[in-house]
Design a protein around this ligand. Structure first.
Ligand code: SF4
Length: 311
């Protein structure tokens, strides 16, 4: 793979990231982490008793207008720079802190470094399951670098509709790019189990406002191709961007129609309640604790590095 012509995601930016240039993801090859700690907002088997060990990476190859992590994905909050060795140590510290899993959020543009750090952490005693938590907007060739180290994929499948992808993800080609990724994961991980350890693929699909037809199409495609090897987490709580309250909320009738369809298609997994976590928040990653305290505990090792480098 030639990193001066970055092939980590389908954007294929002509940049030299090792030389300090940035592509659409907004990041060079330097690993930037916005926050790390235990988080209890994931699906129950991933959260465990004390929380999933989150590592939120800065930057993102997609530019979703509704992104709850906009501050770190697009707005340029750079977080803390870590070496591969420090990222490896951070994973071990999360394990010692009581994490149920290592949960790597949007690491697409750091895949080679993350793979090295996981390998190093495993050699030093990391035994927790590794969760790859991403938009799915990555190249299959890049995924092959990290796949042997991943236990569970928490993979967004946002839409298969070009118009919806363009409106909500900022790139119509997302609708095409997600298909080979799903096929690759099906080949590599033909079954999913969240009861006995973590293994396989949990597909996350968020219903976009006014786009029910696209979700119905997605559910049929998913049932036809992936329901036997993955689980589905259907999310219905769209958080509108702060400056745009104009999105309509899903009605109870629409919600019930989706529940019926999921049932009829024989899809297994999780469906978010309409009024679950009614208080929806946008995390502020400039704070040591970006989340409500009942949901998260910052990792002291991360805060030590943050405080020593950002002061
Ligand atoms: S990871 Fe970043 S630099 Fe590489 S192709 Fe994707 S957006 Fe471009």
């Amino acid at each position: 793979m030639d990193y001066s012509f970055c092939e980590l995601c389908p954007n294929l930016c002509r940049v030299d990231r090792t030389g300090g240039q940035v592509g659409r993801c907004g990041q060079t090859n330097e690993i930037k982490v916005a926050w790390s700690g235990l988080h209890r907002g994931e699906e129950p088997p991933i959260t465990g008793e004390h929380g999933s060990g989150m590592v939120f990476f800065c930057g993102c190859p997609l530019h979703c207008q509704y992104c709850q992590n906009y501050q770190i994905s697009q707005a340029g909050w750079d977080g803390v720079t870590l070496t591969e060795q420090e990222l490896s140590t951070l994973m071990l510290e999360l394990q010692a802190f009581g994490a149920a899993s290592i949960n790597l959020v949007t690491g697409t543009h750091y895949i080679p470094s993350i793979a090295s750090a996981i390998r190093d952490a495993k050699a030093r005693g990391l035994t927790l399951p590794i969760v790859w938590n991403s938009s799915g907007y990555e190249s299959v060739e890049a995924l092959k670098l990290v796949d042997p180290l991943i236990d569970l994929y928490l993979l967004d499948v946002k839409t298969l509709d070009h118009k919806v992808a363009s409106e909500f993800c900022g790139l119509s080609r997302y609708a095409d790019a997600i298909v080979p990724v799903m096929k690759f994961l099906k080949r590599r991980h033909p079954s999913t189990d969240l009861e006995n350890g973590l293994k396989g693929t949990l597909v996350r699909h968020l219903v976009f406002p006014g786009c029910l037809d696209a979700t119905v199409d997605f559910l049929h495609w998913y049932a036809d191709n992936f329901k036997d090897c993955t689980l589905l987490s259907l999310m219905v709580q769209f958080v509108p961007p702060k400056d745009d309250p104009g999105f309509s909320k899903m009605t109870k009738e629409e919600y019930n129609m989706l529940l019926d369809l999921v049932d009829r298609l024989g899809i297994d997994g999780f469906v978010q309640e309409m009024d679950e976590n009614e208080i929806l928040w946008i995390p502020d990653f400039r704070r040591d604790q970006p989340f409500p305290e009942s949901f998260a505990d910052p990792l002291p090792y991360f805060l030590d590095i943050k405080n020593s480098t950002l002061l």
